[in-house]
Design a protein around this ligand. Structure first.
Ligand SMILES: NC(=O)C1=CN([C@@H]2O[C@H](COP(=O)(O)OP(=O)(O)OC[C@H]3O[C@@H](n4cnc5c(N)ncnc54)[C@H](OP(=O)(O)O)[C@@H]3O)[C@@H](O)[C@H]2O)C=CC1
Ligand SMILES: Nc1nc(O)c(N)c(N[C@@H]2O[C@H](COP(=O)(O)O)[C@@H](O)[C@H]2O)n1
Length: 219
């Protein structure tokens, strides 16, 4: 089945953390944020996990650049944990789809739908991310998806061999603990993980960050 092209974009400390132990995650310089918004403006949908919405309350709009349209915001929230006050629900600049499972509270589903949010129930206990991407492709015409974390969602997309590209900015900080860029059960050796091919490496205009772009080999 066809699926959209999936790009994961994150900024990490030099020890690979996208958030500190307290959830602090502002790692990018203004140039890097602008680069992120350029990617936002180039895709049809932006996907994040439930914890990212709960911790960051993001808008997920390409507001730092001139964009023709606002991409669809797709939130993967298996138990419908995100608050009704989240900006992705209350700010109507872009459409939002929340993808959940049969575990979620039906009253909350109804409340969200009344607030103008589309809710897709896709799976008994876990959301099948490949199915979500295929549905976005066939029903919403989504050809390119930007995934903005967090670490657990990134892990699932890598593990399921769904991600096509990784753009990772290494910022000049050390957290020593916190959420890793890819956060999951992990691979035992380098043999089991994805085969990454370096596409480009650039020093950010700020002079302190390194921007890595890898494609993920398939098959
Ligand atoms: N520096 C950066 O570039 C970025 C940093 N961040 C930071 O990352 C942190 C969040 O990352 P993390 O904690 O890993 O969380 P995620 O944002 O990846 O969210 C994980 C949660 O999403 C739900 N979820 C994900 N996949 C599925 C699935 N297949 N089926 C059902 N539910 C699913 C689960 O909720 P449930 O457990 O309820 O089922 C899971 O616990 C935040 O602190 C944020 O600030 C985030 C993005 C970018
Ligand atoms: N690329 C990148 N660099 C950082 O330093 C970040 N903190 C993030 N975070 C992502 O951006 C979202 C915030 O979006 P809004 O500015 O509110 O639109 C945040 O939730 C992460 O997904 N990304």
């Amino acid at each position: 089945m066809p699926k959209p092209y999936v790009i994961i974009v994150s900024a990490a400390s030099i020890d690979g953390r996208i958030a500190s132990k307290t959830g602090y995650s502002r790692l990018s310089c203004p140039f890097d944020l602008r680069r992120l918004h350029e990617v936002r403006a180039s895709v049809d949908a932006i996907m994040v996990g439930a914890n990212t919405v709960i911790n960051d309350d993001p808008s997920l709009t390409p507001r730092y650049v001139k964009a023709i349209k606002n991409p669809i915001r797709v939130i993967i929230d298996g138990k419908l944990r995100i608050p009704l006050t989240a900006k992705v629900i209350t700010n109507k600049e872009a459409p939002t789809i929340i993808v959940t499972t049969e575990q979620s509270d039906r009253n909350k589903t109804a409340q969200l739908m009344n607030m103008g949010v589309e809710v897709w129930v896709m799976g008994k206990e876990r959301v099948n991310l490949r199915d979500v991407l295929e549905k976005l492709f066939t029903e919403k015409g989504v050809k390119r998806v930007l995934v903005e974390g967090g670490g657990h969602l990134n892990w699932e997309l890598i593990k399921e061999e769904i991600a096509d590209e990784i753009r990772l900015t290494i910022s000049p900080y050390v957290f020593g603990a916190g959420t890793s860029f890819i956060e999951g059960e992990g691979y035992p050796t380098t043999m089991e993980g994805p085969r990454l091919r370096l596409k480009s490496v650039n020093i950010c205009e700020c002079g302190q960050e390194v921007v890595l772009d890898y494609t993920i080999e398939k098959g």
